[in-house]
Design a protein around this ligand. Structure first.
Ligand SMILES: [Zn+2]
Length: 326
């Protein structure tokens, strides 16, 4: 019997990734195109619908052999209504009924999911969380995205805004976060904010090998922080240590909130590697967790890389069909 197939579309401000994924989470075909977001929502939606048709053809399938389409969308959105509300990196988008427009254009059942949730579902379905029932993912990129799967179900919440773990306030009155709050996990531990903290420290006059980078480029990247820390630079080591500290707090809070089997870390920051990121987070979390039970989750890296979004979006289409929602 042929395997069931789904299309996953990962909508980003710069690129749209699309692919055909089978019921085991295996990518049969994938493609990435420019979003051309400057041309507005109608243009982007046309590109997305064309991408659905194209990947189906490139996988050697016909539309009747594809069960559904899943879309992972950035920013605030409503899964229930299928509406993209106002993503910061897609100019001109306001309350766009993306789900129904793609459904009408392609003739396929379609579901819309927050991109962090979709990526988490992808890892749960086919990556680092495979085989578990309870998994939480933190994506450490420009921001910190969260996704919570509990008892095999994606947690969405009443307003479809659950699992915004990046905006957990870990330092009351602390650093200003882009979301309007202060002291969010994101404002310390995302790749961008880790780099920003290093740039600020150098500009404030702290001695570091990164001073030359600031002088030549104006700012530091998270990758440069990791390289400098690995080489023994004291400032870079302190910055990275703080990132690990806040992530360890987040892991202990996650442990107590949903008691997952695994916490999966994803995103650009994990390029830092096991020794620079995972080991210190595990050590710090083990050192600060309670002694009432031995239930600290396994903390590990995601395995699907850049494909997590599109695999997860396809996985959400699979989930929508399984649950009879689409
Ligand atoms: Zn925030």
């Amino acid at each position: 019997m042929p395997k069931r197939c789904f299309v996953g579309i990962d909508l980003g401000g710069t690129n749209i990734k699309g692919g055909v994924v089978d019921e085991d989470g295996k990518v049969l075909c994938k493609r990435s195109i420019r979003t051309e977001a400057e041309n507005g929502p109608d243009h982007v939606i046309d590109l997305m619908a064309q991408l659905v048709e194209r990947v189906i053809a490139e996988a050697g399938l016909t539309k009747s052999q594809v069960e559904a389409v899943g879309i992972g969308s950035p920013g605030s959105m409503s899964h229930t209504q299928g509406i993209v509300i106002k993503p910061p990196n897609l100019p001109g988008w306001q309350d766009v009924p993306l789900r129904d427009r793609i459904k009408n254009m392609t003739g396929l059942p379609t579901t819309l999911e927050n991109d962090a949730n979709a990526a988490a579902w992808g890892e749960f379905w086919a990556g680092a969380g495979k085989g578990t029932r309870h998994m939480v993912m933190l994506t450490l990129g420009t921001g910190v995205g969260g996704g919570v799967i509990t008892n095999g179900k994606l947690m969405r919440g009443h307003f479809d805004n659950a699992a915004e773990l990046g905006h957990w306030i870990l330092q009351p009155g602390g650093r200003q976060c882009g979301c309007g709050q202060r002291g969010c996990l994101e404002a310390y531990a995302s790749a961008s904010y880790t780099a920003q903290r290093a740039t600020e420290a150098v500009k404030a006059g702290e001695a570091s090998s990164l001073a030359d980078v600031v002088k030549s480029q104006g700012e530091i990247t998270s990758k440069e922080v990791v390289i400098a820390a690995t080489a023994g630079d004291p400032l870079a080591k302190r910055i990275l240590d703080e990132t690990c500290y806040y992530l360890a707090i987040a892991c202990v809070n996650i442990q107590h909130a949903t008691n997952p089997e695994r916490i999966v870390l994803a995103g650009g920051m994990i390029a830092a590697g096991e020794d620079a990121l995972l080991v210190p987070i595990r050590t710090k979390a083990a050192g600060m967790t309670w002694n009432a039970a031995k239930d600290l989750p396994q903390i590990m890296f995601a395995t699907l890389g850049n494909d997590a979004g599109l695999i997860g979006a396809a996985g959400c289409a699979w989930l929508g069909r399984e649950e009879g929602e689409i």
